[in-house]
Design a protein around this ligand. Structure first.
Ligand SMILES: [Cu+2]
Length: 162
């Protein structure tokens, strides 16, 4: 439901600023499960901390991730431990390429929006944060940062689920 309110807010902001070039189709790539009210994702779901199969360490910097590509297996629960070695705040958000593009548009419109999506974390400079995710089927997605201008600067990596 967060995305619904987000889009509503975005429309309000856009209307207030009268920026007709920015359009919000609504919903983006995210899907809502009407029964639970929780978002669902085509590439899996938040993982159980007690069932982590593998820990993957990632370093975020201006403006890239190390490593810049990853491979996991369908069915695996991964704990991503992301260290921000940069001088500014970064994010680590999982999503399909189209979801990332949609989310980036929203973030550019509202750069100070607080990150509270289950598929992403925000990491202050010098800190380390983690995200646990269970991947359910083979596909290729991205991990990306949506701080203003970062995605456009190439701050994303390819994650292949085999
Ligand atoms: Cu960034």
């Amino acid at each position: 439901m967060r995305f619904a309110s987000l889009n509503l807010l975005a429309v309000t902001v856009v209307a207030a600023l009268t920026l007709p070039m920015v359009s919000y189709a609504g919903g983006g790539g995210m899907h809502h499960d009407a029964s639970s009210g929780h978002e669902s994702f085509p590439f899996g779901h938040p993982g159980d901390a007690k069932r982590v199969d593998r820990v993957i360490k990632i370093t975020a910097n201006e403006f890239s991730f190390m490593p810049s590509s990853l491979t996991v297996k369908a069915g695996e629960t991964i704990k991503f431990v992301v260290t921000n070695a940069g001088k500014i705040k970064h994010e680590f958000v999982l999503g399909t390429k189209s979801e990332q593009r949609e989310h980036d548009k929203e973030m550019q419109a509202m750069p100070h929006m607080k990150m509270d999506d289950p598929n992403g974390i925000s990491i202050p400079k010098g800190e380390t944060a983690s995200l646990i995710w269970t991947f359910t089927k083979p596909m290729v997605i991205q991990y990306a940062c949506h701080e203003p201008g970062h995605y456009a600067a190439g701050m994303y990596g390819e994650l292949s689920v085999k």
